[in-house]
Design a protein around this ligand. Structure first.
Ligand SMILES: Nc1ncnc2c1ncn2[C@@H]1O[C@H](COP(=O)(O)OP(=O)(O)OP(=O)(O)O)[C@@H](O)[C@H]1O
Ligand SMILES: [Mg+2]
Length: 240
């Protein structure tokens, strides 16, 4: 996928280093998450599984800086998200992370294209380079959507998640993070979304972290880590 001239540049490749991460929530005696050490090489993919309440979303919120309450070090290319202000984390995330969640978070009255471009429109105060629209439409074709003007509210669930995948990848993030991205889809739509997410992240050279139980991800992502009670219990030689 070659970038049009004025499209946003790819973010630099991103490597993750976590040390002594502890996340506590009010009202819970034990930490919700404890990760003594975990590293992810730039461009590497990691699949995180584990039972409900094990801390998967807590982990993703820490590595994306959505939640900055932890103690320890969560550093992407030497930038420790813990200790940054919320505004600084938001700015860092806007430039580095493409997020796909279980719920699509689309604006139903906006077109598919407008939904894909909305984060960039907000980040740039509405001034968008014309090439971004071309880039958005090209991405939509890549994810199998060829009607960019269709209202998002009229899409099928699978198509909604494909739109969310395109939105996450539009700024060519160095990091792609997905929290149960296929959990609300039927198996066929989920399979397609999982293949797209892994394939497009690999094409970008992005580091990829997915929390999911979907066997499609298990088949496509070599490195698996299982969380139980807030700790990685298998698959993580460097995170025991
Ligand atoms: N903001 C919060 N305040 C208090 N407790 C919380 C908060 N967020 C999460 N928890 C608790 O932390 C633990 C881990 O939650 P988390 O959402 O990370 O689990 P999960 O593995 O993503 O589960 P699921 O598979 O159901 O999404 C749970 O016991 C949850 O109730
Ligand atoms: Mg969760």
């Amino acid at each position: 996928m070659s970038a049009p001239k004025s499209a946003p540049k790819s973010a630099p490749k991103s490597a993750l280093a976590i040390r002594d991460l502890v996340v506590r929530y009010p009202g819970l005696d034990a930490p919700a998450l404890e990760v003594p050490a975990l590293t992810l090489a730039a461009g590497e993919a990691l699949l995180v599984s584990g039972p409900s309440g094990a801390g998967k979303t807590t982990f993703l919120n820490a590595v994306t800086g959505l939640d900055g309450r932890g103690q320890g070090v969560v550093a992407w290319d030497g930038i420790n998200l813990i200790g940054l202000s919320e505004g600084a984390r938001d700015r860092w995330r806007a430039g580095h992370v493409g997020l796909v969640m279980q719920d699509f978070h689309l604006f139903p009255a906006l077109s598919v294209r407008e939904n894909v471009m909305l984060p960039q429109r907000l980040a740039r105060w509405g001034r968008l380079p014309p090439a971004l629209r071309t880039e958005a439409d090209a991405l939509l074709v890549r994810v199998g959507l060829d009607r960019p003007q269709q209202r998002a509210g009229t899409l099928s669930r699978g198509q909604k998640q494909r739109t969310a995948v395109a939105r996450a990848l539009l700024c060519r993030p160095g990091i792609v993070v997905a929290d149960e991205p296929t959990a609300s889809l039927d198996p066929v739509a989920g399979h397609a979304v999982a293949e797209l997410l892994v394939g497009l992240a690999a094409n970008l050279g992005a580091s990829l972290i997915v929390a999911s139980h979907d066997p499609v991800f298990a088949a496509r992502i070599a490195r698996h880590a299982r969380l139980e009670g807030g700790r990685f219990v298998t698959g993580e030689g460097d995170a025991a």
